[in-house]
Design a protein around this ligand. Structure first.
Ligand code: FE2
Length: 455
């Protein structure tokens, strides 16, 4: 297998073989003293050699934690999530409380109601401690029950939304058989207080959702499940524009009968940036791909060629009309913002620019900041040969954009990673601090800044 056919196992993507605990890390520049908390990241890190042909999306989840406090980088740890499968592969199990390992738990890591959860959309979340030891699967007291006999419990999206006003966690789970889509709201104590089955025409890959202060938006987009594809590809999904594309808007505690569906042009959205209410309008910002998993075009490539650009959707609840408008033509991914604004009007977004190398694999060389009011952007080059991860916003003062951007940079020259601390309001300037790890954090998917958390 050539590098072109398997672009997600080398360089910045290459898995690491060891779990380490490192203290008092080398820092260039100055870590702002108000940064007191834990930066957590999650991403795939296949244990052992990994099966040849593994897709980037399927490796065992590994968590990376960096504890910042008092102007110092106190510790860094990386730990595999002890899913049932991983524990068994490492000769550590299987342990009954760790379940049957149907989820690699490799996509995101969040905190809610004093629990830290590692998430992947194909199964239940795994609870971990603030020092990254696995506690076990969390099924919300049985409320994320199996869809049927013989089926795994859960699942739960890797992109739940934390309402900054109510403290509620809003999320869904999708599955390949009926019921295809279930909707949940957990209160600020972490108890599920609302669940509803949402009727959709069939099984699609539903990676993200969005919330406003009062509503939830579901993305029923035409990346359709087809088990037969696994003979030829590593992903059982195909772009099927005939399925149609719809966004469903439901009141926070609504049911399937309350959903208003809006037809949109077929596309795919992995990630929304935000959404909010504006009178009768619901606004949604998202990174939109014209297609995804169109195997007829991309043949056996592991990552198809289309790129996403930031779009603004408006849904008119009075007239039923939907509009889509590009905000910027730059190819981007991993859009994030100041999550104190989640569900509320937002001016600034941060992300990663996506360039395609000739062999098709992506290069993430720039962090990007969008000013959605002036429609201008600023870029932060992390290095011509280097790669950067999703930017995470850590608040400083109360204002939007008043905070720090934390991003992992793969330093190709050292084959190791730095964590960059960038002033969000002075985005293109050199980082305020660079924490120089002696190890690599493989380019992963998502993470969060947990203020005040960490041993
Ligand atoms: Fe994601």
């Amino acid at each position: 297998m050539t590098a072109a056919e398997q672009p997600f196992t080398g360089g910045a993507f290459a898995p690491v073989a060891e779990e380490v605990t490192l203290t008092d890390l080398a820092v260039e520049g100055e870590i702002p003293r108000e940064l007191d908390g834990l930066l957590l990241r999650n991403g795939p890190n296949p244990f052992g050699s990994g099966e040849a042909g593994d897709h980037w999306f399927t490796g065992d989840g590994m968590l990376h934690g960096l504890r910042l406090a008092g102007g110092r980088a106190r510790w860094y740890r990386n730990r595999w999530v002890r899913t049932g499968q991983l524990a068994w592969e490492r000769g550590e199990g299987p342990k009954p409380q760790l379940g049957d390992g149907d989820s690699p738990a490799n996509t995101n890591v969040i905190t809610h109601a004093h629990r830290v959860l590692a998430l992947c959309e194909v199964g239940l979340p795994y609870e971990v401690t603030a020092t990254l030891d696995t506690v076990g699967r969390r099924d919300f007291g049985g409320r994320l029950a199996s869809a049927g006999p013989g089926l795994p419990a859960g699942p739960m999206t890797a992109h739940p939304k934390l309402d900054p006003g109510s403290g509620e966690l809003i999320f869904f789970g999708y599955w390949w058989g009926p019921p295809y889509l279930r909707y949940h709201v957990a209160d600020r104590r972490g108890e599920i207080v609302h669940s509803a089955e949402i009727e959709v025409p069939g099984p699609t890959m539903m990676h993200d959702c969005a919330i406003t202060a009062t509503r939830t938006l579901f993305l029923d987009l035409p990346v359709c499940f087809d088990l037969g594809l696994l003979e030829h590809t590593k992903m059982p999904y195909r772009f099927a524009p005939d399925h149609g594309a719809r966004v469903g808007i439901v009141p926070r505690r609504g049911t399937s009968a309350d959903v208003r569906w809006f037809e949109i042009e077929p596309c795919y959205i992995f990630h929304t940036l935000n959404a909010w209410d504006e009178g009768d309008l619901v606004v949604m910002l998202a990174a939109r791909y014209p297609s995804m998993f169109d195997w007829s075009e991309a043949e056996a490539r592991f990552m198809p060629a289309p790129t996403a650009s930031l779009h603004r959707y408006t849904f008119d609840l009075a007239s039923g009309a939907a509009k889509a408008e590009p905000l910027d033509d730059l190819a981007v991914e991993f859009p994030r913002g100041d999550e104190r604004r989640l569900g509320r009007p937002q001016r600034f977004g941060y992300g990663v620019s996506v360039e395609r190398r000739p062999q098709g694999d992506p290069a993430f060389r720039h962090l990007v900041k969008h000013d959605l009011r002036t429609r201008r952007r600023q870029m932060h080059l992390v290095g011509a040969e280097d790669m950067c991860s999703e930017p995470v916003f850590a608040p400083r003062g109360p204002g939007e954009d008043d905070g720090w951007i934390l991003a992992v940079r793969y330093d190709a020259g050292r084959d190791a990673s730095d964590v960059l601390v960038i002033d969000a309001a002075d985005f293109s300037a050199p980082p305020r601090a660079r924490i120089r790890l002696p190890v690599r954090i493989p380019l992963g998917f998502h993470g969060n800044w947990l203020p005040g958390v960490g041993g």
